[in-house]
Design a protein around this ligand. Structure first.
Ligand SMILES: Nc1nc2c(ncn2[C@@H]2O[C@H](COP(=O)(O)OP(=O)(O)OP(=O)(O)O)[C@@H](O)[C@H]2O)c(=O)[nH]1
Ligand SMILES: [Mg+2]
Length: 285
């Protein structure tokens, strides 16, 4: 009980200090954009093309058919810090690492493979994002339907996904993209291929975020500040409750001690009086 309250207070202070440090950087820092999503969603491949790395031997974010990303990794490109995170739900450590990797980001790209609708786990992670980001979830989160070159039915999937997002009562902008098509189109100098990838529209969107980054940062800090302020009253209440428990814990023995002390003073008084009387008597002997 005590340690959990202590943990809550420490977590609160850590968030508060981080927010303060963030504000003190004077909004000079780079916009932070992160990917988040299930294993093999195509997160690292997407970041490679967004940072201008198109071939397998040139990638900055490791990709592959087996679990490739096991820790958060940031890379700065064109004034933006891109952050890769491990796939959610591969194991608890990876999920925890990914969660910590997206805590302080300005723009969150939730990446989902366009071959099927969102599954239950992704719905849970998305509602967690909605809780954490508040109203920012609609403006600062993008839903990326990835690998569309492998999903001829991706537009139908997109419609289903839109319905699922409505169920969650969130409305992030959706981008249907293919990192592979963009990389091939660029390397082989085939603009139509690159155009089919829709990566350019995502790059434009990120450019808009960058152009308004100081507003984005101020709004984000304000939202985080308000969310933290809302935690203060419940925390104070928990502190009061704890203090009352402690007072109650000590009150009983203190009361007994008081009674004993009074009894002692009373007896001491009587003894003094008796001794005085004896002394008086002895004078007359
Ligand atoms: N055809 C096609 N394959 C893709 C695309 N994007 C990623 N892939 C492939 O999908 C596999 C997984 O891609 P990654 O980028 O490593 O996926 P990830 O989400 O980072 O995976 P983890 O880090 O392991 O969670 C790789 O084999 C990629 O080559 C795409 O747009 N089209
Ligand atoms: Mg990866």
């Amino acid at each position: 009980m005590a340690s959990s309250l202590e943990t809550q207070i420490n977590e609160f202070l850590a968030k508060w200090n981080a927010l303060e440090a963030d504000s003190q950087q004077g909004f000079e820092r780079e916009l932070r954009v992160a990917v988040y999503g299930l294993l093999k969603a195509g997160k690292s491949s997407l970041l490679n093309v967004l940072t201008g790395h198109y071939s397998a031997d040139d990638e900055v974010f490791k990709t592959g058919v087996v679990r490739a990303t096991v820790e958060n990794k940031s890379y700065s490109h064109d004034g933006i810090t891109y952050r890769d995170t491990p796939g959610l739900d591969a194991n608890d450590d990876d999920t925890q690492e990914a969660r910590s990797g997206v805590e302080d980001v300005d723009v969150l790209m939730f990446v989902h493979n366009a071959r099927s609708e969102l599954d239950g786990t992704e719905m849970q992670y998305l509602s967690e994002c909605a809780r954490r980001m508040g109203s920012r979830v609609n403006s600062d989160m993008l839903l990326i339907l990835s690998q569309i070159d492998q999903s001829p039915e991706y537009l139908k999937v997109k419609e289903v996904v839109e319905g699922q997002l409505r169920e969650l009562n969130i409305h992030p902008q959706i981008f249907c993209v293919s990192a592979t098509l963009f990389a091939r189109g660029t390397l082989e100098n085939k603009p139509p291929l690159a155009n089919m990838s829709n990566i350019s529209s995502l790059i434009d969107k990120i450019g808009e975020f960058k152009a308004h980054s100081s507003e984005v940062l101020i709004e984000k800090n304000l939202a985080s500040c308000n969310a933290l302020l809302e935690q203060i009253d419940p925390l104070l209440q928990s502190c009061d409750d704890r203090m009352n428990e402690i007072i109650e814990f000590f009150a009983k023995p203190f009361k007994q001690f008081d009674l004993l002390q009074n009894e002692y003073y009373k007896r001491n008084d009587e003894l003094h009086k008796q001794l005085e009387a004896l002394k008086e008597e002895s004078k007359h002997i």
